[in-house]
Ligand binder design. Structure first.
Ligand SMILES: [Zn+2]
Length: 121
């Protein structure tokens, strides 16, 4: 792969990384102790009393449980992107991590953070 193409992929990956981090910031906090880990903030509710307080608490729990899988998906993507950026640094970008063959450009265009080819997926 020539330098110009790699640079294009690098820019795309960096842009995606920023977008994911932006998305994360809307509902999660970065865990400073664990690299690449984000923690979903537990939604606040206003307390109150009686039945309505219980209801809003239940809403908060529900919101939290819908956010967790999103957190997981975004975390995985971020990991893959960081991994791909690391490979660019090492000059190994576009090489399958399993069979060491070249990953087709077409696959990278659709999925620039791909670490393995379609066969090894
Ligand atoms: Zn492969």
């Amino acid at each position: 792969m020539d330098k110009k193409t790699i640079k294009q992929f690098k820019e795309r990956l960096e842009k995606e990384k920023k977008q994911i981090e932006k998305q994360f910031k809307t509902f999660a906090d970065k865990d400073e102790n664990v690299k690449g880990d984000w923690d979903t903030r537990f939604p606040k509710w206003n307390g109150g009393s009686g039945g309505s307080a219980l209801e809003t608490a239940a809403d908060a729990v529900e919101e939290y449980s819908t956010l967790l899988p999103i957190e997981h998906t975004l975390e995985l993507r971020l990991q893959n992107i960081n991994n791909a950026l690391e490979k660019i640094k090492k000059g190994q970008y576009g090489v399958c991590e399993k069979c060491k063959k070249k990953i087709p450009d077409k696959r990278l265009e659709v999925y620039p953070e791909a670490g393995v080819c379609l066969k090894c997926k």
